[in-house]
Design a protein around this ligand. Structure first.
Ligand SMILES: [Zn+2]
Length: 210
């Protein structure tokens, strides 16, 4: 699911991170994991990390959260908490166990541990359960589209590039977004990039404004 996994983290911990006013300095590499921006994103807060899709900020904050849950509730409960939220995207791919898995690149959407389909993602975003997530996303990304400020628009979009399951050399792009009332998910065919995905979403946005 590529960077759409960041939406799942925002669902799980976004409000907590926002209230803690988290920040991170992305130098392009953390614990052997590289950010897609090899030069690094520099210093990011939650909004900037979400808008610029900094993998390492999300990885660092999720690792901090995991440590905090383990301390506060114990290892088993920490795992349960994470599993409940990630369940729609895990299938049966998470190895059975009683303890928190080690969080690495696959937990921020790289590889094929976390998977989704356009329909499943749209369903997930439209669930009444996601009201808080949608309002957080609107706060963090609303009215900004592909680097443009879209005045008077509540729409936000999150793009991502993900490996095709079973064919890790090939990627395809995702774009998901919402205006709080409607959610849209676009998954491009294999080999097609996020620039095209964003261009198509821009058309939808312009159609909305007519
Ligand atoms: Zn980064």
């Amino acid at each position: 699911m590529g960077s759409l996994a960041k939406l799942v983290w925002l669902r799980l911990e976004g409000d907590e991170w926002a209230s803690r006013m988290v920040s991170f300095k992305c130098k392009g590499e953390l614990n052997g994991v590289q950010c897609w921006n090899r030069k690094g994103h520099g210093k990011v807060d939650l909004a900037k990390a979400t808008l610029e899709s900094c993998n390492l900020a999300f990885l660092a904050w999720s690792m901090e959260s995991a440590e905090r849950w383990k301390k506060d509730y114990g290892d088993g409960a920490a795992r349960y908490r994470m599993e409940q939220i990630f369940k729609p995207f895990l299938g049966t791919r998470l190895k059975a166990g009683e303890t928190m898995p080690v969080l690495g690149r696959e937990w921020i959407g790289d590889g094929d541990l976390l998977r989704t389909t356009p329909l499943a993602m749209a369903k997930w975003l439209s669930d009444p359960d996601q009201e808080q997530l949608l309002s957080l996303c609107k706060r963090l990304m609303g009215g900004v589209f592909d680097g443009w400020i879209v005045k008077g628009s509540d729409w936000w979009f999150k793009s991502g590039t993900a490996p095709v399951p079973g064919d890790p050399g090939v990627t395809s792009a995702w774009v998901a977004g919402s205006n709080g009332e409607r959610s849209v998910v676009l998954h491009l065919p294999r080999g097609r990039g996020k620039a095209e995905g964003l261009a198509r979403m821009k058309e939808i946005l312009l159609l909305k404004k007519k």
